[in-house]
Design a protein around this ligand. Structure first.
Ligand code: PEP
Ligand code: MG
Length: 622
């Protein structure tokens, strides 16, 4: 479970007080959908379906008599899409740069582009396709034309392709009566139902009264789930058929503890959910009471608990949850929801604000990890067959040294404000680490030559999240100044399981013996070379997996802020000797189930309340 939000947290904390609209006269049937617990908590309210327009548009043939009406629908949709973009432009006006406004103007103009309209009209008149189908097919056609005539690395053409897709998407949304942004402005607490949400969509929810999220795709370690946990919004991800089973306005219970979505519940089921939500919140509040106490095992061994942060505002939230620093600052979120990349000054101001807010505790800034499932509009990524194995993270950074140097310089300048470490994602070979070191040295040299202040020493460390790095940890430990185990990706790449694939999620186990062995060999390599090692993957925030990790040698865990009080409580209830004994036994197991059973049998009885997320005193609210 995750503790409850405090008074400063987003509106999701009000879930249990949400007024439920009266039921319609004919009571719709109740159904229960199963998914994966993405973010803990229980909330309920009216559903809003957020469409994946390109996947879900209508394909209907029309009769000759309807051609003019379909063309009129397109014309109306153009007007609405343009009005929507003008509204975005108006809302952005104060904060936008000239190039952002120019891009919006270009989109508004493209909506009346003759080539686009000629093709759409032909599809409606001659092929008798409905307007949605005609627009989607035209988008596909133009994008394919661009693809045929260019290489994937032609940045200009890739950009134009995205423009066409964007403009057609707006048009489709207008035709389908959907709001023009994925997460619209909401006027009441709402449960968002979507096929998938990009990190930008989820980040955009900060300002909206979103009380829960349900997605069809994703797993606990995919980015929608990570963001939902960061924002403390209950979420169920990987929910089969959510879009088909839930209609806009349906009352939905989202149980992020059990991974269950109940559609149109009966009053009795709603009452039970209300009670579960209350127990979860009350239990979390109890855990929060001791959040600022030292984090130690029952025998007094200190276990440092730090926070993973995606958004700058979370730094304060992290301290409020008892974090001893920021163990992972995912800087890619700076790049996602925008058209142009952040410049050095903007990054510097942001990083130094975070470093100052957390000082004297340390902040580990990870250089941007873009690519894979982390798509950023401000980067033109090639169209790859296997993006998770493609131009991602440090590879992308080294392929764009100017962009990377800008980020490193901003980090170097921010180091003057407190204790800052720089961490590189997805290192797979020593050359990458050396190339980054050279670039960092250049950034430091330049900053100093310009007379700007920076720290005397900035530790440069690496994520261990690629099997080659784990296998060669002893070699990397001679040059990296610290390690952090990124188990989300380490599991993905070691077990060859896409971290976003809900069907394979049960196989992507942190208890797999291969993962257990890798963690142990990395902690040993770090120890022998006298460098710090931590864990920042989601494994650190699972009570049983955290116990095993401590047994395998970790003393430093970083996780979503909300999980810290729970893991602190977990640590208080176990001794180091017990953790080490279980790790030793786990290293002899031959399967993930065997390891998990072993750890659960030993520790689940005493961690039951933490694992269920509802506390031990189940009758306190009855
Ligand atoms: C990881 O892979 O475990 C990790 C912490 O990085 P991310 O989830 O951002 O890929
Ligand atoms: Mg990772």
């Amino acid at each position: 479970m995750r503790p409850p939000p405090s008074s400063q947290l987003p509106p999701s904390s009000e879930a249990i007080d949400t007024p439920i609209p009266e039921s319609p006269p004919s009571v719709p049937p109740t159904s229960t959908l199963r998914g994966i617990p993405g973010s803990p908590g229980v909330a309920f309210g009216p559903a809003m379906i957020i469409g994946d327009t390109r996947a879900a548009y209508t394909r209907r043939h029309i009769s000759a008599a309807h051609v003019d009406a379909e063309l009129a629908r397109v014309a109306k949709a153009v007007g609405e899409a343009q009005a929507g973009l003008r509204e975005v432009s108006r809302r952005m006006a104060s904060g936008s740069t000239p190039d952002q406004s120019a891009i919006l103007d270009a989109y508004i103009a493209m909506l009346t582009d003759p080539m686009l309209h000629e093709r759409v009209e032909r599809k409606i008149r001659s092929e008798r396709k409905c307007a949605e189908w005609a627009v989607a097919a035209t988008s596909h056609e133009i994008v394919s034309l661009f693809r045929q005539n260019t290489t994937e690395h032609d940045a200009y053409v890739t950009e134009r392709r995205h423009d066409i897709e964007f403009v057609c998407d707006r048009l489709l949304r207008a035709l389908m009566g959907e709001p023009s942004t994925l997460v619209p402005q909401l006027d009441r607490p709402t449960v968002i139902i979507a096929r998938d949400l990009s990190p930008a969509d989820t980040a955009g929810m900060v300002k909206e009264p979103v009380i829960a999220i349900v997605t069809e795709v994703g797993t606990r370690t995919s980015h929608t789930a990570i963001m939902a946990r960061a924002l403390e919004i209950p979420a169920v991800v990987g929910t089969v058929d959510a879009l088909h089973s839930i209609r806009g306005g349906d009352i939905v219970i989202v149980d992020g503890l059990r991974g269950e979505v109940i559609v149109n519940p009966s009053p009795a089921v709603l009452d039970a959910a209300r009670m579960r939500a209350a127990r979860h919140l009350a239990f979390g509040r109890r855990l929060l009471v001791s959040r600022h106490e030292r984090s130690v095992t029952s025998c007094g061994e200190p276990i440092s608990l730090k926070a993973n942060v995606e958004l700058p505002a979370e730094a304060i939230l992290a301290l409020d949850h008892g974090a001893e620093g920021i163990g992972l600052y995912r800087t890619e979120f700076l790049y996602i929801d925008r058209i142009s990349q952040p410049d050095e000054q903007e990054q510097y101001e942001l990083y130094s604000a975070v470093v100052e807010a957390v000082s004297p505790r340390s902040v580990t800034l990870r250089t941007f990890d873009i690519g894979g499932d982390k798509y950023a509009n401000s980067f033109q990524l090639p169209n790859e067959t296997n993006p998770a194995l493609g131009l991602r993270a440090v590879r992308l950074a080294l392929s764009q040294p100017d962009v990377f140097l800008t980020q490193l310089r901003a980090m170097v300048r921010a180091s003057a404000h407190g204790h800052l470490r720089i961490m590189i994602p997805m290192i797979a070979s020593i050359d990458e680490l050396r190339d980054v070191r050279n670039l960092l040295n250049r950034a430091i040299r330049e900053v100093k030559e310009e007379g700007l202040p920076c720290a005397d020493h900035i530790p440069l460390g690496m994520m261990i999240e690629v099997p080659s790095a784990a296998l060669m940890a002893d070699v990397f430990a001679r040059e990296a100044e610290f390690f952090s185990l990124g188990t989300n990706d380490l599991i993905q790449y070691t077990l060859a399981i896409d971290r976003t694939n809900r069907l394979l999620a049960p196989l992507a186990s942190a208890f797999h013996p291969a993962i257990v062995r890798m963690i142990q060999s990395c902690t040993l390599a770090a120890k022998r070379n006298d460098i710090p090692i931590s864990m920042c993957g989601a494994m650190a925030s699972d009570p049983l997996a955290a116990v095993l990790s401590v047994g395998l040698g970790l003393r430093d865990l970083s996780m979503e802020a909300a999980a810290i009080p729970e893991i602190k409580e977990t640590m208080r209830r176990v001794s180091l000797a017990e953790c080490e004994a279980i790790a030793e036994a786990a290293l002899l197991c031959d399967s993930a189930d065997a390891v998990e059973d072993l750890v659960a049998k030993r520790f689940a009885p005493r961690l039951y309340d933490l694992l269920s997320g509802e506390g031990g005193d189940l009758d306190i609210f009855v």
